[in-house]
Design a binder for this molecule. Structure first.
Ligand SMILES: C[S@@+](CC[C@H](N)C(=O)[O-])C[C@H]1O[C@@H](n2cnc3c(N)ncnc32)[C@H](O)[C@@H]1O
Length: 147
């Protein structure tokens, strides 16, 4: 377990003890290195790998506006730094798949309590991940795979 390179981060320093407690309960306390960091400052530590994250998703209008700024930034960050990696975003904000401006390979319907969510899988292939036009929206049908 110690040989796996797994890193976790949140920009809110007070989330780290919460994450450590969860890792402890899962028996993974020694396996994952945690740090306080803005996600946009994170850089790859291998040629390929997986990013798994549940970015913020809000209900209030001001939160929605902030997220409409953050999601395209996440797309730009992935495209600039993470070719060869696959990103997975778990979110209740179904706008993410359009706002991130990248090709979503798979959309798995999941729930957070009663809130409908998606796990979006986005493979980052150098030079070909940017989506020019929005794909046909299959969200209404809860379709699990965009391919
Ligand atoms: C939906 S919560 C998920 C928290 C935790 N990962 C979990 O599963 O319980 C979203 C988290 O994103 C963090 N966050 C928001 N903007 C961020 C950014 N730009 N960089 C890093 N973390 C950020 C917030 O501090 C918050 O803890």
């Amino acid at each position: 377990m110690r040989n796996l390179a797994i890193k976790g981060s949140d920009r809110a320093r007070n989330m780290l003890p919460v994450a450590r407690a969860n890792l402890q309960r899962a028996g993974l306390a020694d396996a994952i290195e945690l740090q306080a960091q803005d996600v946009l400052q994170a850089r790859p530590f291998a040629d390929s790998g997986f990013i798994v994250t549940n970015p913020p998703y809000g209900v209030r209008m001001d939160e929605q506006d902030a997220l409409a700024e953050l999601y395209p930034q996440l797309g730009d960050w992935l495209k600039a730094h993470f070719a060869g990696w696959t990103a997975h975003f778990f979110t209740g904000d179904l706008r993410l798949s359009d706002l991130i401006h990248l090709s979503v390979k798979r959309r798995t319907p999941l729930f957070n309590g009663s809130l409908p969510c998606r796990l979006f899988a986005i493979p980052m292939v150098a030079g070909s991940a940017r989506r020019e036009k929005p794909a046909a929206d299959d969200e209404a049908n809860g379709v699990a795979d965009a391919e």
